[in-house]
Ligand binder design. Structure first.
Ligand code: FAD
Length: 383
């Protein structure tokens, strides 16, 4: 028997789960197909900027979310060569640092196991008249008016329905970890990012007890180490940031993950008939602006707006892309160009970069931040 839905979402990450909320809120029957066996407790921290929080407010999850994370008051950008380059005061806006698993658990909480299905393998997908049919590996067949690929950087939906994209390895890999380190930072509401030669370290509390940190470094792609060797390597890199070495020292091996940093070369192929891509599947970005999850949340919101207006028709998907493309691809480009600045090794180039960042006109910085912080989801002004 074929199971009928309005919309099938492939991928139960932040994008797919939040999209399920937005679409259910406007009255559609959705099903989320997730490959992994359950919600993962592993993962690192996320910084949720005002646009991400606005999306979560829209689906009424913000009051429950805020106590799970940690409000940041300030983020300092520092160069090991030149000292403080900028201090971003956040007292007039809310930025929340949180463990990714906390956000995912909250997004999954009210969906129920009929809607959110774990351990799903997709055998085939194809458009058939005014529906899309999905056959699962266990023989179950589902059919829906629309199919949305929220299945991340290496999306199966994208591979099946869209022209090939270029995955770009940034030349840097990362370690991320969560340290049990209450009291280590003098002001736990202040986070920071420090640029060293060929590497960068960032940190923020995600609750009163734990500090999320990341360390990026130049490396060939797919370099892997055992957890023990990874921690030793991370501690070696921390020689550039001795003040913060204790954070990495206090991190259990099991709470350190290595991820190569890649994005998708900007593409405008997000919609094909009754199939659309969202989040990392459409526009994966390097994490330099801390905006990947936020952009997935904006996509989910825009899909809710478009489907409410146009119903379960391809024009709704086109309207979603029209609303989102400009900002999402701008983020990808900005973040990619930012990448090359953080790891400069030559001292004179570091000095030049530091002077440029330090003396960047405030109006340029403010305009960039204002664009990042304001959701672009296809709502007309005042709606
Ligand atoms: C080092 C690093 C730091 C980051 N820091 C931040 C930050 O501070 N702030 C921020 O906003 N963003 C940050 N991001 C980005 C953010 O993590 C991603 O952009 C965000 O998770 C994208 O969500 P998504 O749902 O589109 O994709 P994903 O999170 O990748 O979720 C995709 C889901 O689809 C599932 N899936 C994949 N294939 C299939 C399939 N064939 N069938 C079924 N299910 C499938 C996967 O299991 C997964 O659950 C960071 C990323 C990195 C790498």
């Amino acid at each position: 028997m074929v199971q009928e839905w309005d919309v099938i979402l492939v991928g139960g990450g932040i994008g797919g789960l939040s999209c399920a909320h937005f679409l259910r809120q406007v009255g559609f029957r959705v099903c989320v197909l997730e490959r992994s066996a359950g919600l993962s407790e592993v993962g690192a921290g996320l910084q949720l900027a005002p646009n991400a929080l606005a999306a979560l407010r829209e689906i009424h999850l913000l009051p429950d979310l805020l106590p799970l994370g940690w409000i940041m008051h300030r983020v300092d950008l520092v160069s090991t060569r030149s000292g403080v380059l900028s201090s971003m005061n956040m007292k007039d806006k809310t930025v929340l640092a949180i463990h990714r698993a906390e956000l995912q658990k909250l997004l999954a909480r009210d969906l129920g196991l009929e809607v959110l299905r774990f351990g799903v393998g997709i055998e085939s997908m194809h458009e058939e008249g005014d529906r899309v049919r999905v056959m699962l590996r266990d023989g179950v067949i589902l059919s829906a008016r629309l199919l949305i690929g929220a299945d991340g950087l290496r999306s199966q939906v994208r591979t099946q329905f869209f022209p090939p994209v270029t995955l770009r390895y940034s030349g840097t890999s990362s370690y991320r970890g969560i340290a049990a380190a209450p009291g280590l930072l003098s002001d736990p509401h202040v986070g920071g990012e420090i640029w060293g030669p060929g590497c960068r370290f960032g940190y923020a509390h995600i609750n009163s007890h734990d500090i999320y940190w990341y360390l990026t470094f130049d490396a060939p792609p797919h370099e892997t180490r055992t957890p023990e060797a990874g921690k030793v390597h991370a501690l070696q890199l921390m020689a550039a940031f001795p003040e913060y070495k204790a954070i990495v020292e206090r991190t259990d091996l099991a709470r350190i993950i290595q991820t190569d940093i890649s994005d998708i070369q900007p593409t405008t192929h997000w919609v094909q008939g009754r199939v659309a891509l969202m989040g990392d599947a459409a526009h994966a970005t390097t994490p330099n602006l801390g905006q990947g999850a936020a952009q997935a949340l904006e996509d989910a919101w825009a899909l809710g707006v478009a489907l409410k207006k146009f119903g379960l028709e391809p024009i709704a998907l086109q309207s979603y892309q029209a609303a989102r493309q400009s900002k999402a691809l701008w983020i990808v480009r900005q973040s990619w160009s930012f990448q090359s600045m953080c790891h400069i090794k030559r001292p004179w180039l570091q000095t030049l970069r530091d002077l440029t960042v330090k003396h960047m006109p405030a109006r340029i910085q403010q305009a960039t931040l204002a664009r990042i912080d304001k959701p672009e989801v296809g709502l007309s002004e005042g709606s």
